[in-house]
Write a protein that binds this ligand. Structure first.
Ligand SMILES: [Zn+2]
Length: 280
């Protein structure tokens, strides 16, 4: 692929970002410049770019990732490609404060359901939720004496390359962010041990008088799988307060449920070091 073709894919991506509301018309020139800088392209594409209806940016990102490998920006492994595509989309994201402002405006004018709809679509368009992967998850329903049970097999968490596992061992652990749920993940560039989150945005919510944050799960085990996380990196603990928090949340988000994996490793919770709930 030559730089002209890469520049054409940049135009496709800008069109996608405009259509999905990640950027606005006035953002086109600076976004193009930022992408050209990332890919070391000197001249924008000047030809026609055909209209397309894409659900996810991944077909365009895959082309740009191939180009990034070709010009030596990244190695050709799943982890490096995942770090790079978040970096690319990060250049097309509205700022954290803009997302929060828009979410709150929609919530007050049209209701909380419309606000979460906006935020879920944003989380997909930004490729934070990798729709090309999550669509590989297997779902089925089984009738049981307690009602219909939905079973999911998650296939969207990427497998690491053995070479990367080796390389990851050699990276000193910085301890920042402390875990995958800490608020410091917003905009984080990631490394071999920690996913890139330039395309993550979170919504502050007051729950039971405390500061919590709302986001979607990148692996969406079910529709609109969301996470409510505490502002501080404090361990999971089930107590009377748990129920106050859960009920306070569903009063504010009545179209969602919210629950806990519990604070014991045997019941399925994978991040016990950070107080959080899961809903949808
Ligand atoms: Zn944490």
């Amino acid at each position: 692929m030559d730089s002209r073709e890469a520049a054409m894919h940049i135009e496709r991506l800008i069109k996608f970002a405009l259509k999905k509301g990640l950027i606005e018309e006035l953002d086109v020139i600076p976004s193009r410049n930022a992408l050209m800088d990332l890919f070391k392209i000197e001249k924008p594409y000047e030809g026609e770019v055909s209209e397309e209806e894409l659900e996810s940016p991944s077909p365009i990102l895959n082309k740009l990732l191939d180009y990034a490998v070709q010009i030596g920006l990244i190695e050709d492994t799943v982890t490096y490609r995942d770090l790079m595509d978040a970096r690319i989309m990060g250049l097309l994201m509205p700022r954290e404060s803009e997302v929060v402002k828009k979410f709150n405006t929609i919530a007050s004018e049209k209701g909380i359901e419309k606000a979460t709809e906006y935020f879920y679509k944003l989380s997909q368009a930004s490729n934070y939720i990798r729709m090309d992967r999550t669509s590989q998850n297997l779902y089925w329903r089984t009738p049981t004496e307690y009602g219909s049970l939905e079973i999911t097999i998650n296939l969207s968490k990427p497998e690491k390359d053995p070479k990367e596992i080796e390389a990851a061992k050699k990276i000193p652990q910085s301890g920042y962010p402390k875990c995958l749920l800490c608020i410091e993940n917003v905009g984080f560039a990631g490394n071999l041990n920690h996913p890139a989150r330039q395309n993550l945005r979170i919504i502050p919510v007051k729950v039971a008088g405390e500061q919590w944050y709302f986001q979607y799960s990148p692996y969406v085990y079910y529709n609109e799988h969301c996470i409510l996380l505490h502002e501080s990196h404090i361990p999971m603990k089930i107590s009377e307060k748990t129920f106050v928090r859960l009920f306070d949340f569903i009063e504010q988000f009545p179209h969602y449920f919210m629950g806990s994996n519990g604070d014991l490793p045997i019941v399925g919770g994978s991040i016990l070091s950070h107080e959080h709930f899961q809903g949808g």
